[in-house]
Design a protein around this ligand. Structure first.
Ligand code: AHG
Ligand code: MN
Ligand code: MN
Ligand code: MN
Length: 334
């Protein structure tokens, strides 16, 4: 009916957050305003990506290398700055840490430390940016613990169970924002004509099993024999389909919606793998568990991993409970 469509279209992200929290107290208001700023960041990045081929200086490399040892794209820096600038005037998030920054960024003016911290991957899958394939932004919100007056942000080195909220924005044929504040996983689609993220689906559940397995098989030669045995298993059994886009957010979104498993395993030479705990694995693990799925290093729940440094990495096996457990059974046999 017309009414319900209008109701849906007026369920904006900030309204949805308040409804989720069933309270309109100061914390609820803060988180609602905070999610609204995340949405603004998503809109600004989506706009830039849509016009990237047309505006000067949007694509290509900066020539710099980041703390990860990766060549930095211009879009990485643009998106990194977008998140800083949307929170500058907010007074909500006073400390930001991201894949692209060696140290956390502190917002000096009118920002009472002790509020929320944003951990983020401004552009995930940046190898896709220059070829117009899907990329994403990943975010996690934590309450700052302690004063951090010496600005070491050591309170961030805690497990993913300290996350208050997490989510991602997927810049694909449409721009989709997926989030959870601990009350289920919900997806919003950006309506560019409105400039609003409109509720698309609530309480998304990952099927217990799915056909997709998502892993870069080009790394097969680097893997432990136990993991190779898992790959041989899916090669030999009907009903599996390989899907890998080179961008974690897009690969995870497929798993969230259709089930299956994404893996970025460790290798013999790099047992910790490639993906970063604080702003890639932990936020997605938060979502996976909220959606009835699982996320593991292969031997331990991702949400129990305590990073030893800001840019700590961990292996990631994430998705349907049955598929994650199957991978673990191969790894545990060792
Ligand atoms: P980012 O672009 O933020 O550095 O992340 C890239 C990550 C992740 O998005 C993706 O799953 C993975 O790198 C792909 O790595 P490979 O190219 O080694 O498969
Ligand atoms: Mn990177
Ligand atoms: Mn990434
Ligand atoms: Mn990135």
């Amino acid at each position: 009916a017309q009414g319900s469509t209008l109701d849906r279209d007026s369920t904006t992200l900030s309204r949805h957050v308040l409804q989720q929290l069933q309270s309109f107290g100061p914390d609820a208001q803060d988180l609602s305003a905070l999610m609204n700023r995340i949405a603004l960041a998503g809109k600004l990045i989506a706009r830039r990506l849509t016009r990237a081929g047309l505006v000067e200086d949007a694509l290509g490399f900066t020539g710099r290398t980041n703390v990860q040892g990766e060549s930095v794209k211009k879009m990485d820096i643009y998106a990194n700055d977008v998140f800083i600038s949307v929170f500058k005037q907010s007074g909500l998030v006073c400390r930001l840490a991201s894949e692209e920054m060696d140290e956390p960024y502190y917002i000096p003016e009118n920002c009472p430390l002790g509020r929320y911290t944003l951990l983020y991957d401004p552009i995930d899958g940046s190898s896709n940016v220059d070829i117009n394939l899907n990329v994403g932004s990943i975010f996690a919100i934590r309450q700052q613990q302690g004063s951090d007056l010496d600005q070491t942000a050591s309170d961030l080195l805690s497990s993913g169970r300290d996350q208050i909220a997490a989510g991602y924005i997927l810049y694909g044929p449409s721009t989709v924002l997926v989030y959870s504040i601990g009350h289920g996983v919900h997806a919003f689609t950006l309506d560019p004509s409105l400039g609003e993220f409109i509720l698309a689906s609530e309480n998304i559940q990952i099927p217990a099993h799915g056909p997709n397995y998502s892993v870069n098989e080009g790394n097969f030669w680097q893997w432990e024999e136990s993991l190779r045995d898992y790959i041989r298993y899916v090669h030999r059994h009907e009903g599996y389909s390989a899907r890998y886009s080179g961008a974690l957010v897009g690969d995870f979104h497929r798993i969230l919606m259709q089930g299956g498993v994404f893996l970025y395993p460790g290798s013999v030479k790099k047992p910790e793998g490639k993906l970063r705990v604080l702003y890639e694995s932990a936020p997605l693990a938060f979502l996976a568990e909220q959606a009835g799925g699982r996320a593991s290093t292969g031997t331990q729940d991702i949400l129990d991993v305590v990073p030893d440094k800001l840019h700590a990495r961990s292996p990631l096996v994430i998705g349907s409970t049955e598929d994650v457990s199957l991978v673990e059974s191969f790894i545990k046999e060792g």
